[in-house]
Design a protein. Structure first.
Length: 75
């Protein structure tokens, strides 16, 4: 299985680029291992319809690799 990559880190959010077949649980586990956020619930995926996605999908197709997606997470 291909490895995930952290593409952006903010104070309360982060973006990861992961293989599109990864489950939500695998994405969250990767995010929490790569960059522990320090909250009791850890990183949570920003879900479809969240205003902060500005209409973008929950899993955005990676522009440089069609086998990967970008996912935003919140602390």
């Amino acid at each position: 299985m291909s490895k995930g990559v952290v593409t952006r880190i903010g104070v309360f959010d982060m973006q990861v680029c992961v293989p599109k077949e990864w489950t939500d649980e695998a994405v969250q586990t990767f995010a929490n291992v790569e960059n522990p956020c320090g909250t009791s619930t850890g990183w949570q995926i920003r879900r479809q319809g969240d205003p902060q996605l500005n209409g973008a999908p929950e899993r955005m197709q990676c522009a440089s690799d069609p086998t990967r997606v970008h996912i935003m997470l919140d602390a």
